[in-house]
Design a protein around this ligand. Structure first.
Ligand code: OGA
Ligand code: MN
Length: 299
């Protein structure tokens, strides 16, 4: 049995060479996690927003166990191209509906900046990926820190968006990205919802932008004006000082905090010839609905 000491915890995670994020080369997710390791993982998750565990060979149960440290695992609303509903540990791929690599996969939405399930009243707390098949190069995942991005906004922008809410909609996203429209069932289960544009991270208290491809417009403002505001915020918040580009290595497990990060896959590989298959787990937010920030001066 491995008894972790204080020094082990200090050494368990190292900052990435990036604006945020940390990695561990010592945690083995395929072994039962000691309580001290669990505390270190939880603390590092809040402190660094994204954690990478290197050199893992996890079974689905180990990925599920890591996710369950943060909340209940999500079952999924969205079906695979074969019509089956995704299970809690599922795969995402760059395959078309015939199962072939494609530059235009069945669902290509993960290649646009977003935060998972922001079209629901209670969006995902965390998302985890683990590569099963990687292209020879590329197929990166980018994360953008919405707390850092908010902090860097000019005061005049902070004032302009203070207390404002955006409408997030699955149907809007599918339409704007020219994806298959949601089914009647999906529309019933996921009608458009409104979230604060500046959300307060429920655990760290940090004010963070909450936008992305599901954000359709700003509540109470003309649609076109709202879209312009959201597009500008997205451009500002995905600048290099706020972004970590994760270059996948076999054996990586990465989990990130959707409450303060946006993410997207990067199409920097031969999508129509090379296979990219990732195991994926989403964690539900036990804290429930998204709360807003009191705005500048109250952070
Ligand atoms: C996701 C996602 C990005 C990627 O799994 O939710 O957006 O790099 N993935 O595949
Ligand atoms: Mn996603």
């Amino acid at each position: 049995m491995c008894i972790a000491t204080e020094r082990d915890h200090e050494r368990m995670f190292e900052r990435l060479d990036a604006p945020f994020g940390a990695e561990s080369r010592s945690v083995d997710l395929s072994r039962p996690l000691e309580p001290a390791t669990v505390s270190a993982i939880r603390a590092a998750f809040l402190g660094h927003a994204a954690l990478v565990f290197r050199n893992q060979q996890p079974e689905d149960a180990h990925l599920a166990a890591l996710g369950a440290l943060f909340g209940p695992l999500e079952t999924h609303l969205i079906e695979n191209s074969d019509g089956r509903i995704m299970s809690a540990v599922h795969c995402i791929t760059n395959f078309d509906s015939e199962g072939r690599p494609s530059a235009r996969p069945y669902i290509n939405t993960n290649y646009f900046w977003h935060t998972d399930k922001s079209y629901l009243a209670v969006p995902s707390l965390a998302t985890m990926l683990h590569p099963v098949e990687l292209p020879p190069a590329g197929g990166d995942t980018q994360l953008a820190h919405m707390g850092m991005a908010y902090a860097a906004l000019p005061d005049v922008t902070k004032e302009k968006i203070a207390g404002r809410r955006a409408i997030h909609s699955l149907e809007f996203m599918r339409e704007s990205l020219d994806n298959p429209p949601p089914t009647e069932d999906q529309k019933r289960n996921a009608p458009p919802v409104s979230h604060p544009i500046v959300r307060r991270h429920p655990e760290t208290g940090e004010p963070c932008l909450y936008i992305g491809m599901y954000a359709s417009h700003v509540e109470g403002r003309p649609v076109a004006e709202g879209r312009t505001i959201l597009a500008r915020l997205q451009e500002q918040s995905t600048q290099p000082p706020f972004v970590y580009s994760h270059r996948w290595q076999p054996g990586d497990v990465m989990i990130w905090d959707n409450r303060c990060l946006m993410h997207r896959g990067v199409a920097n590989y031969e999508m129509d010839r090379e296979r990219r298959v990732m195991k994926r787990v989403c964690v539900q937010d036990p804290a429930g609905q998204v709360s807003g920030s009191a705005g500048p001066g109250h952070s």
